[in-house]
Design a protein around this ligand. Structure first.
Ligand SMILES: NC(=O)c1ccc[n+]([C@@H]2O[C@H](COP(=O)([O-])OP(=O)(O)OC[C@H]3O[C@@H](n4cnc5c(N)ncnc54)[C@H](OP(=O)(O)O)[C@@H]3O)[C@@H](O)[C@H]2O)c1
Length: 346
């Protein structure tokens, strides 16, 4: 089949027509990806080989497309259904920039009628990462989409609340009954507010003035911190130090899964988000897959009910699998919040 491949780290993607077509296992779907979106992890994988379990590798872990064939045990989907989400990274059959890729049935989201297919391709990685932070890392109960909880006086501080992961984290925390204060720059303040942030602080202000504002706003009701950017250990440490004598268990979660956060002041429960190995079939990742599959059911319903709103995205002018490279360049200019590429016709 046609698609992109990379033979070794740091090379350029090649468009080829002899990739092996994957075959769905009993609980898998064979999907024709129509759109795919760009995530920071794509360049990380291309440059370092991280998360790639076999070469050659086909990029793109965030797609929307049409189910072509289903495995023998699949009951939720049938050929012709439109699905989306993060289908997996770095293992054979997972690459979205190809004619076909595989999805696990329990990790695929059904596309709601009124969400365009291109928009659906922008949602998976951001919302699922946000869900792992909010619902696992911050120990917040998954809401019932039909019967959302009332807003409490408890706050969540989301660092980078205007980014792709961050803005979904703002929405999920709000939908779960929490108030949100988000750190943003002037460039991303509107995205955080559109996502529902009650208050914002500018991350370019001094750490002391950010902390003073956070404490004045949250008035002792801040026990949960979500770093959606990975650049923020110093402010997190100082904020936790300045609140360590306040009562109540604290929770800290971050997309930064390489630094050591074991000695944070006030001994918060720490959860390092690691979506990378999602969809791998081994026992080591069964807990991650179970958490993500629980989250995707709620995300799917929130979207279908119009309670979760799609973050800002743009569809790149260039099309085809090879346009993944141009899409990556466009994403890196930061001119667009989230870049989606059309790979092939429906
Ligand atoms: N661990 C995992 O499993 C996992 C999964 C998905 C993503 N990630 C990582 O999560 C990060 C965010 O991904 P994304 O797709 O959301 O990227 P993104 O859309 O580019 O968002 C990054 C955001 O960070 C903000 N920012 C930069 N420096 C900041 C600082 N010092 N304080 C607060 N905010 C700051 C930026 O705000 P401005 O635009 O205003 O500068 C931007 O909104 C990336 O590093 C990605 O690799 C990890």
């Amino acid at each position: 089949m046609k698609g992109l491949k990379l033979d070794a780290p740091r090379g350029e993607y090649q468009l080829v027509d002899d990739l092996p077509e994957p075959s769905p296992g009993p609980n898998q779907l064979l999907v024709k990806p129509i759109y795919g979106s760009i995530n920071p992890v794509d360049e990380l994988m291309r440059n370092s080989g991280l998360l790639i379990v076999s070469w050659p590798w086909t990029p793109c872990c965030d797609v929307a497309g049409t189910v072509v064939k289903v495995g023998d045990n699949v009951t939720k989907f049938k050929a012709g259904d439109q699905v989306f989400g993060c289908q997996g990274l770095g293992f054979p059959g997972s690459g979205g920039a190809a004619e076909y890729c595989l999805f696990r049935e329990d990790l695929a989201l059904r596309k709601p009628e009124d969400v365009p297919l291109a928009a659906a391709a922008s949602i998976g990685v951001g919302s699922e990462t946000a869900a792992m932070g909010v619902w696992v890392g911050l120990n917040i109960q998954l809401p019932d989409p039909q019967n959302l909880p009332a807003t409490s006086d408890e706050w969540v501080f989301i660092l980078g609340g205007g980014g792709n992961v961050g803005a979904y984290a703002v929405q999920l925390a709000k939908l779960s009954g929490y108030k949100v204060i988000a750190s943003v720059s002037s460039r991303s303040v509107q995205s955080a507010i559109a996502a529902g942030a009650d208050e914002t602080v500018d991350y370019k202000d001094s750490v002391d003035s950010q902390i003073a504002k956070i404490k004045a706003v949250t008035k002792g009701g801040l026990h949960r911190i979500f770093d959606a950017t990975s650049f923020n250990k110093p402010i997190v440490e100082k904020l936790l130090e300045s609140t360590k004598d306040e009562p109540g268990q604290k929770y800290f979660t971050t997309v930064n899964n390489w630094d050591d956060f074991s000695d944070l002041p006030g001994s918060p429960q720490v959860h390092l988000i690691s979506l990378g190995p999602v969809a791998r079939e081994d026992a080591e990742h069964a807990e991650l897959n179970a958490s993500v599959s629980k989250a995707v059911v709620v995300i799917e319903q929130l979207l279908a009910l119009g309670k979760l709103i799609v973050n800002e995205y743009v569809v790149a002018d260039d099309t085809g699998f090879e346009a993944f490279t141009a899409g990556t360049k466009l994403q890196s200019t930061k001119a667009a919040k989230k870049v989606v590429v059309k790979f092939q016709s429906e």
